[in-house]
Design a protein around this ligand. Structure first.
Ligand SMILES: [Zn+2]
Length: 293
């Protein structure tokens, strides 16, 4: 070994030693903090607790077990349970998704975006922004095809999209929406098999119709069909969505005026699951007078 080589070798060793001790100290330090959190939950340690960020709720889009593998059009809620879910399909789109996100942020509304894998590959940053701003993502296949497909093709459409959603944003979603709402071309069957909830809709603004209505027509379509537990279909991609962008503030204002609060897809399913659980509990098998119902 030449002197020069030995010098290089020693440099490498030094770097390795420094890096290893740094790492060891880091582990030790975080280990100590962890112990403090567990053993002394006093206000003094509040700063340590705050230092451990809770995982963002919308990163794991879980659904109640009762809904896994099911299809939902809307939640069946009481007339006074005024919650509604806005959903946006076919993005991410560099123009319209961003405009929609701004409107949602201004109005403190959280929504659900059913993304197309191929669009996600092209615009990963937009999808990251959707998640960073607290919205949920759902799977809307890779190619957005309506045709009938065999199981491997359906699997590829859905799995590839689930994978790219996870790789780009860290989100694991259990929500699926079939393109065009087609339930019999193999996609929905595969999705249900994978325990996705197939999320359809009960209210649509008509922005993807062949003859897109004017803004006032879109607003009216949603407000007319709004009901507690409704799922509203809108589009942030798949065409020129400038009318949707114009209609959205009025849709939100109209729904708020009717007393609605906005929830994401998985929140709606949770509310529905709780509602069903309490309904079941609330119905006694035997009445107080002893007669069975
Ligand atoms: Zn679509």
């Amino acid at each position: 070994m030449t002197d020069h080589r030995i010098g290089q070798f020693l440099q490498v060793i030094t770097i390795v030693v420094i890096a290893t001790s740094g790492l060891a100290l880091g582990i030790l330090k975080s280990g100590l903090d962890y112990t403090k959190i567990i053993k002394q939950p006093t206000p003094k340690n509040a700063k340590f607790q705050n230092a451990v960020p809770a995982p963002a709720k919308n990163l794991i889009v879980e659904v109640p077990q009762t809904w896994q593998g099911q299809t939902i059009y809307h939640a069946q809620l009481k007339p006074n349970q005024k919650v509604i879910a806005l959903t946006f399909d076919d993005g991410p789109n560099p123009k319209h998704t961003v405009q929609i996100l701004d409107i949602l942020k201004k109005n403190h509304v959280k929504a659900t975006f059913f993304v197309v894998g191929a669009m996600m590959q092209t615009y990963p940053q937009i999808a990251k922004q959707v998640v960073a701003e607290g919205h949920e993502l759902g799977n809307h296949t890779w190619n957005h095809s309506y045709r009938r497909m065999d199981r491997p093709t359906a699997a590829s459409e859905i799995d590839r999209t689930g994978d790219i959603i996870y790789q780009n944003t860290g989100v694991k979603t259990a929500l699926f929406r079939p393109p065009g709402g087609y339930l019999n071309n193999g996609l929905a069957d595969y999705a249900k098999n994978q325990k996705y909830v197939v999320m359809m809709w009960s209210s649509l603004c008509g922005d993807a119709d062949r003859h897109t209505p004017q803004v006032a027509g879109m607003v009216n379509n949603v407000l007319r069909t709004a009901k507690p537990g409704a799922i509203v279909l809108l589009h942030d991609g798949g065409g020129n969505r400038s009318r949707t962008v114009k209609a959205l503030p009025q849709i939100i204002a109209g729904l708020k005026a009717k007393g609605y609060k906005f929830v994401t897809g998985s929140e709606l399913l949770e509310i529905q699951a709780k509602e069903q659980a309490t309904t079941i509990k609330a119905v006694p098998a035997v009445k107080k007078d002893g007669k069975s119902q």
